[in-house]
Design a protein around this ligand. Structure first.
Ligand code: ZN
Length: 238
């Protein structure tokens, strides 16, 4: 079934942490979304792949995502090869999204940057008729990188206002009890001494402040954003 937006993460829960509020907002706006986790997170220190799969399904339901699938690539072994590109391209063609959300181009966990590259490669290959010719080609219009928590010197290209969706995002994150119960940090959301969900709230408040809203999620695109009427621009200078 085609969707408007396909969010792809390396591990179950990556998507919730980086763009869960955006997915919840898309659902409110009447857009259809799907999540694809590239690995089952079997190398994670906490939880089991089976438990994480149950948690991932519950989180997807909280966010209003239509479908969530797992590509079953090896955790800590994500790499862009002709085979993995074709595997992912087949899923992209099946969902035929207009927009694909990918992780940040750089990341601490090697799977994150590798996933970012694999997704870009697979989106390109998905538009090549002679790769997997048994499935009609489809190339999404755009890839946006969810860059929450990254500390690179990259300004977000845009921030999605999730002021009304932050609680939904946090509820989706709560579904991953095996990962976050009692945690003070996870992935690139570093510990501050506050409980992990508070750290997420503070981070979202920072991104929200960049667009003069309470909470936000940041994205980066290599392409430039187009504007027709500059009198409609907001986010005040002073
Ligand atoms: Zn991850």
């Amino acid at each position: 079934m085609p969707v408007d937006v396909l969010a792809v993460g390396a591990h179950p829960d990556d998507v919730e942490l980086t763009c869960g509020g955006t997915l919840a907002k898309l659902h409110k706006l009447g857009r259809t979304t799907a999540i694809l986790d590239l690995t089952r997170g079997e190398m994670g220190s906490r939880g089991t792949p089976e438990l994480r799969a149950t948690e991932a399904a519950a989180a997807a339901a909280v966010l209003g995502v239509s479908t969530r699938e797992n590509l079953g690539l090896p955790d800590s072994g994500v790499v862009s090869t002709p085979e993995t590109r074709e595997q992912l391209a087949r899923v992209i063609r099946r969902f035929a999204p207009r927009i694909v959300i990918a992780p940040a181009p750089r990341g601490n966990h090697p799977d994150h940057s590798a996933a970012s590259k694999l997704i870009r490669d697979a989106v390109f290959v998905s538009g090549l008729a002679k790769v997997a010719p048994d499935v009609p080609k489809h190339r999404p219009v755009k890839i946006v990188h969810a860059i929450a928590y990254r500390e690179d010197h990259v300004k977000p290209t845009f921030v999605v206002d999730i002021s009304d969706e932050l609680e939904t995002k946090l509820n989706a994150v709560r579904c991953f009890a095996s990962q976050f119960d009692g945690a003070l940090s996870a992935g690139e959301a570093y510990p501050t001494g506050d409980p992990f969900l508070h750290v997420l709230r503070h981070q979202a408040a920072h991104y929200g402040s960049l667009i003069r809203r309470r909470f936000g999620e940041p994205f980066f695109t290599y392409e430039t954003m187009r504007v027709d009427d500059i009198t409609t621009l907001d986010v005040s200078t002073f």
